[in-house]
Ligand binder design. Structure first.
Ligand SMILES: C[S@@+](CC[C@H](N)C(=O)[O-])C[C@H]1O[C@@H](n2cnc3c(N)ncnc32)[C@H](O)[C@@H]1O
Length: 445
């Protein structure tokens, strides 16, 4: 950290407003960044909303004037007033679902090309473009009992009796490779004999990320192998695995746009016929869908492969964000769009193919300690997006506790910033919250 300029008097970060009273003075209202909140005063019954949106909006029928105006304008979301309430209105969730369908012009959406060619250098990708939970807990963290995300995952697998001699592990979409590296570090330290007997395969569509996985896992070179390809179509030539890990990968898989009538007689376009037939065969329930809706077809096809990919007694751990009964919603990132998961459908498919599944949040599965205080999102953004750049500095994404932040930005700087907030994990106000992710823990007999 460079010396702090003399003219600095004090920074204050009030929730949402960052004030620097030196010269030049800086006042930034972070509320303008605050996406994803709807200024609704009343909740509307979900059923009523579906009905309303399916029958071409008539603004007079809407209980919220804002909603009517935004629908008419085709505007997505207006910024809310500052609110302590982090929970997103159910009305908003449906509205997002509805608009995601409207915004997707093509019948099917694939991120294939993006992953093959446009992914940024590994660390940048996960610090600038898509901030994953495993990325913000990549270092040992008090909330995980001073373990990193990957180590903790290995420990949980150990406790559940999953780790065994000679086992074959497949990680699909390993990102930077840090999770896999920490997972293997744990096994090497705690179970050196078992470590030497296992095989860990990384499969990824992105050559850039696969390179990073290779580099980071050099110390494990005797037991790792790397495959480049698309999990949706990859031919494993009969290979089976005892454990499959996929952390925040399935939201990157293909999505299709369907009309409800395709499931009730109307002929779908040629390009969708196979998918529609598959969905009909699976007997998934689309009763609660809008007239047009999205389906996580890639995630469903991936799940269908699990039976072949897992050996008897095998397990899969799939982590992703989404809702039990909200159809895929667009997450618009800087350079790509991905779609949240309709977990209800995914779970129905897992059960249809005779696998067992337990569902919980990542908070529960990994045993995050809810009392640990980590940096509040708005404090973090104030520092990262405004204060640090003002001094020509950067602040990597991380779920900082006060001491970690102090170490990262330096004592002097840390001491001069007033009003920084740290919140318990239980409050779910951090840059990336473990309660927002679901874990599917899948078992094959
Ligand atoms: C959001 S990143 C998550 C990375 C890492 N697991 C983490 O938690 O930070 C998604 C990963 O899945 C890979 N991926 C995306 N689509 C894929 C596909 N169809 N087949 C295989 N890998 C894919 C990406 O290249 C990337 O490594």
């Amino acid at each position: 950290m460079e010396a702090i300029p003399n003219n600095l008097s004090e920074f204050t970060i009030n929730d949402g407003v960052l004030i620097y009273t030196g010269r030049p003075s800086v006042i930034v209202n972070l509320n303008s960044l605050r996406d994803g909140k709807l200024r609704l005063t009343t909740d509307v019954e979900l059923k009523k909303l579906v009905q309303f949106l399916n029958n071409e909006p008539n603004p007079k029928d809407i209980s919220s004037e804002d909603m009517a105006k935004w629908l008419k304008e085709g505007t997505i979301i207006k910024k809310s007033e500052l609110s302590e309430d982090n929970s997103i209105n159910p009305f908003f969730k449906l509205y997002r679902e509805y608009l995601s369908t409207k915004c997707m012009n093509d019948l099917s959406f694939s991120l294939n090309q993006y992953h093959k060619e446009e992914v940024l250098p590994a660390f940048e990708q996960f610090d600038e473009e898509e901030i994953t939970l495993s990325h913000v807990y990549r270092e040992p963290h008090p909330a995980l009992n001073n373990m990193s995300y990957g180590e903790r995952l290995a420990m949980i697998c150990h406790k559940k009796g999953i780790l065994k001699n000679g086992m074959k592990i497949l990680e699909v979409g390993g990102g930077t490779g840090i999770l896999g590296n920490n997972f293997l570090n744990y096994i090497r330290k705690e179970m050196p004999d078992l470590y030497n007997s296992i095989e860990y395969t990384f499969l990824d569509l992105s050559p850039v990320l696969l390179d990073s996985q290779r580099r980071l896992n050099r110390s494990h070179k005797k037991i790792v192998r790397f495959l480049e390809g698309d999990i949706e179509g990859f031919d494993f030539a009969g290979d089976r695995f005892d454990l499959l890990i996929s952390n925040e990968m399935i939201a990157d898989l293909n999505v299709i746009k369907l009309k409800k009538v395709y499931l009730h007689g109307e002929e779908p376009p040629e390009s969708l016929k196979d998918d529609v037939n598959l969905l009909k065969r699976l007997g998934l329930d689309f009763q609660d869908a809008f007239k047009n809706f999205l389906v996580n077809i890639g995630a469903i096809r991936f799940i269908l492969k699990l039976d072949d990919l897992l050996d008897h007694g095998g397990r899969a751990i799939i982590v992703e964000y989404g809702e039990d009964n909200i159809y895929p919603c667009a997450s618009v990132l800087k350079r790509h769009i991905e779609y949240s998961i309709h977990f209800g459908h995914v779970i129905q498919v897992i059960e249809r193919i005779g696998l067992k599944v337990e569902t919980m949040t990542a908070m529960e599965f990994l045993g995050f300690i809810p009392e640990v205080e980590v940096i509040d999102l708005w404090t973090f953004l104030g520092l990262r997006e405004h204060l640090m750049p003002f001094f020509g500095k950067t602040l990597p994404y991380f779920s900082y506790i006060p001491d970690q932040l102090r170490k990262e930005i330096g004592d002097d700087f840390f001491n001069q910033i007033k009003g920084m907030k740290f919140r318990t994990l239980a409050e779910a106000k951090s840059p990336v919250n473990p309660q927002d992710f679901k874990v599917l823990f899948i078992s094959k007999n």
